[in-house]
Design a protein around this ligand. Structure first.
Ligand code: SER
Length: 603
């Protein structure tokens, strides 16, 4: 079965069971400072899992491209990737365990035609706060799953939240016990991973293919509290489901990777076998992830998403060099077209190729420089090897190999210790990114979010209606807003925009949330980014019901009496006065025709 068939069957199956298909979110979340990338289908749905009404109803389904930076070191084992497509379905306080487990089982058995003897399931064993999930156990048994195919595990395996186990969940985080399904490839057990094999064993015999999370808890300062509604959040990797439909444990041999691997064999002049497999899997995964990031607007840089993109491209280049030392690294660019064709995104080829070419050429220079540096070093220890990894992106094995040629041995343990120290630091740094996000509905981020809407409209009033939002990113410290304009703003214009936003804040305008048909929202002249592919009802926010058109404003569009009216999922403050005030701290160019404003709250 092809991946396309599986994707289509899944969506059709759940639409047939009363779900509405919703469009996937971008890989880089808009207006969500809680994370750098969309890493699961539920991420954009957090406000709705918490109880806000979703325009499309209580049953949703989609296919979501995801990126998980934390899996970067796992790639190369046949089944892990940083980029993957997650098939997801959700119940927002509607159906619960019975329907979810029955439907997913029916999908696996009747639609994918997987033999039931090959399937194992896991269920939450309970702890002092949350009871054992006997209900799911009974449901699996009633579906014909043999008792010895049902395993109980604790919070380390059968609990899901974006931050992991309950103890690790920050206040405001949602999560719950889950029930997973595994496929048995029946490969021999490797005792290196433990005496007995079981579904969560890492020896490669079992592959997790779907996770039904019963999101019914929220972390508060008093511990876990029941949410007002019981939700289902299901996610299953399309790459893995395709692999099991072929009974092949290597996801890189599915149609989602096969052509990439073939191309790689061609350019590196190596076969996809034995020691070449891991580097080839890493290149295929990283280049695919990089391609999707670039399509969604990321460019290589030394910060945030741009840094991750840079790391992916450099790692691909280093792995290519490992496969073949004499070919030019920018031959990697020839793989972009193949990747985009798999996803019918050929139209983006030129853009992606240009960005990858520039970055790889830049890296080629760094690499040459780094190799010269290495030549100069007398003795290299683990710490030095780590410095080279940090500065030039040389993985340990590359440095090791270069010194083996010089007859030196490097202390891997010392390298590992430096690596761990650094990993701890990056965790702390990303915790900073996570702080106070929309997903937690933190007060400060919500204020910034409403201020962004006011800013958008104020820019249009001062500069003209050709100004339009191009991107937005909010943290607890500032807002950043990208918009179309092909010139620098004058000091006076910046001041006018800032004054106008502050005036609207001072007027203490009311903020209204409406869920209405798309046509109606368009008639009301709502602005903003939306995807009308599937939506028949949309969520919009209006600020300032008492607003009257200002004759001096350049944007003379009535928005049904609101000052600002935008397509948006929220959340927002109830009255603009709560925002206090803003100060524009910077206005700069992003690219041709696009400007960026940074602003901070002032009280
Ligand atoms: N959110 C869960 C996961 O990512 C299920 O969708 O596994």
């Amino acid at each position: 079965m092809s991946s396309k068939d599986i994707r289509e069957k899944y969506i059709k199956f759940f639409v047939g069971n009363g779900h509405k298909q919703i469009p996937p979110a971008k890989l880089v979340p808009e207006n969500d400072p809680t994370t750098l990338f969309t890493s699961s289908g539920m991420q954009p749905l957090v406000p709705y899992l918490l109880g806000q009404e979703h325009p499309e109803g209580k049953r949703l389904v989609n296919s979501q491209p995801c990126f998980r930076a934390e899996d970067i070191e796992e790639v190369g084992d046949n089944r892990h990737t940083t980029f993957f497509e997650m098939l997801g379905n959700w119940s927002l306080g509607d159906y619960f365990k019975k329907e979810q487990l029955e439907w997913f089982w029916e999908f696996l058995i009747n639609e994918l035609r997987l033999p039931k003897e090959k399937l194992y399931v896991s269920v939450f064993e309970g702890n002092t706060d949350v009871p054992k999930d006997n209900e799911s156990y009974e449901i699996w048994k009633s579906l014909g799953v043999a008792e010895d195919h049902i395993y109980f595990y604790g919070v380390d395996k059968n609990w899901w939240s974006r931050s992991g186990e309950p103890d690790k969940m920050p206040e405001g985080e949602i999560g719950g016990p889950d029930s997973e399904v595994f496929y048995d490839f029946d490969t021999p057990h490797d005792e290196k991973y433990g005496k007995e094999c079981h579904p969560n064993c890492q020896c490669g015999r079992f592959l997790e293919i779907g996770n039904s999370v019963f999101i019914q808890y929220k972390k508060t300062k008093n511990g876990l509290e029941e949410l007002p509604q019981k939700n289902v959040d299901f996610g299953g990797g399309l790459e893995r489901l395709t692999a099991v439909s072929l009974d092949n444990p290597d996801i890189f041999q599915t149609d989602l990777y096969m052509d990439i691997i073939k191309k790689l064999e061609g350019i590196s002049d190596k076969k996809y076998e034995t020691e070449n497999k891991a580097p080839m899997q890493i290149i295929a995964d990283h280049l695919k992830a990089a391609t999707f990031m670039i399509v969604d607007g990321v460019e290589p840089s030394n910060k945030l998403q741009g840094y991750i993109l840079r790391r992916l491209l450099r790692r691909s280049a280093i792995k290519l060099r490992q496969l073949n030392k004499i070919i030019s690294l920018n031959i990697l660019v020839s793989m972009i077209q193949i990747i985009l064709t798999i996803y019918n995104k050929d139209g983006q080829t030129k853009l992606v190729e240009k960005i990858v070419t520039d970055e790889i050429n830049r890296f080629q220079k760094t690499l040459d420089h780094g190799l010269k540096e290495i030549e100069k070093i007398e003795k290299i220890d683990g710490k030095k090897a780590f410095d080279l990894y940090q500065t030039f992106g040389f993985p340990f094995e590359v440095t090791e190999e270069l010194f083996r040629q010089k007859g030196q041995q490097i202390d891997k343990e010392q390298f590992r210790q430096e690596f761990e120290k650094h990993r701890e630091l990056s965790r702390t740094a990303s915790a900073g990114v996570f702080k106070g996000g929309l997903a937690d509905h933190s007060e400060v981020v919500t204020k910034y979010h409403t201020a962004t809407h006011l800013l958008h409209q104020a820019l249009r009033d001062v500069l003209g209606p050709e100004v339009f939002q191009k991107g937005s990113n909010i943290t607890a410290e500032r807002l950043r807003f990208d918009f179309s304009l092909n010139r620098k703003m004058t000091e006076e214009e910046i001041k006018q925009v800032e004054d106008l936003v502050n005036q609207k804040i001072k007027e203490n305008l009311k903020v209204d949330h409406m869920i209405i048909p798309l046509d109606e929202a368009k008639k009301m002249n709502a602005i903003g980014l939306f995807d009308e592919k599937y939506a028949d009802k949309v969520s919009i926010y209006g600020v300032g019901p008492k607003y009257e058109l200002d004759p001096k404003a350049k944007d003379q569009r009535d928005r049904a009496g609101y000052y600002s009216l935008e397509f948006c999922g929220g959340p927002h403050v109830e009255q603009t006065g709560i925002i206090g005030g803003i100060k524009i701290t910077k206005e700069e160019a992003v690219s041709s025709g696009m400007r960026r404003i940074r602003a901070q709250l002032v009280s």
